[in-house]
Design a protein around this ligand. Sequence first.
Ligand code: S3P
Length: 434
Amino acid sequence: MQLRIRSGSALRGMVTAPGDKSISHRALLLGALAQGDSAVYGWLPAADCQATLNAVRALGVVVEQHAPGDLIVHGRGLRGLCPPGAQAVLDCQGSGTTMRLLAGILAGYPAVSVLDGHAGLRRRPMERVAVPLRQMGAQVETTNGCPPITIRGGALHAIEYTMPVASAQVKSAILLAGLYADGETVVQQPGPARDHTERMLRAQGVHIVQHDDTVRLRPSEQPLAPLQLTVPADFSSAAFMLVAALLVPNSEVLLRQTNVNPTRTGLLDVLQAMGAHIQVGEVREQGGEPVADLLVHSATLRAGQVAGDLVVRMIDEFPIFAVAATQAYGSTVVRDAQELRVKESDRIAAVATELRKMGARIEEQADGFIVEGPATLQGAHVDSHGDHRLAMALVVAGLIARGETVVHGCEVIGDSFPDFVPMMRQLGAAIEEV
Ligand code: S3P
């Protein structure tokens, strides 16, 4: 699917971004492990989360879907899943979160489980979960470090594990395996990776505490309580509309009730430091997460610097951040972001290649990129590289480019944000399918 974008119209209005993708995956997995029925509203009906829905159903969990985003998950208890054995592969499609979190759970089951996915997922590193799960006592085989992976789980021992990368997926896999371990599991993270698993497990009655970057979990004597959850709007989806409103002149957009969990809002901090006008309304709680309205106006940006913990707190936002950086005065430098090379695409190479086609001055670094701005972007034919976040970032770039931009490979937008085009059109963007 190709999208044709014309620049010109200001963006105005209020929208609510779709449900948080990370929390939607976890609602299914943790609901499946609960004793009793979990009610989930505002679940994200996107391809990645559908992969988790299919997988939990394949594990014997009944999930009623009353509306696309309204689910009842009939939990089977911590030990109640039915792994289908070596004959039936659990298909995680394109979703890294599905595979890595499920690996943690299935490590606790005395059964063989095989997890596989699409070509894109088969390129992503899985030793990062295999290594700690093996230390806990599971047998885990990867295929040259990647999917398919085979897990023979069973009695696990608790470990203290220092993660070499600040990954919420790895942390979550270890914590979920820790639910089946014989003592206290301790995870040291090198930076503040998103903490949704911890928040949700705590709400389910699990003893889990965090001091600085160390998380400790003790397995429960009690069954996990079912969830009553309204999934907050995904900051990472709101980010595309936020940057679009900043860059398209005369825009004013209100992003309602957006998740502002501090482990997710690094983009907000760096854009504000670069001169962005973003008003954060009153913070309240929804689904165990802080949410707030974000009011965004067009602004002139100066260059920014991103490194260290800030990278972790905006790990999914670099494609759209690079677009913002093309319009900022000076050299914007991103360092310490080598993780971007193993996302849905090699985001350092792919973002640089595609934005250069539009006239951006962006130089690839081993662990990031440098953007010289401001640059006048020109409409061009660009490609998503099979990466939903790159596709949406390029659409936003098209909104400020001279002439027409065509983004190829836009069907992947459905991995995280199926309503992206209608929502952008609602704000006034000129986007059509060709
Ligand atoms: C996610 C964690 C992050 C993020 C991904 C979702 C999660 O991945 O990039 O989109 O839901 O835990 P890493 O754990 O690989 O950093």
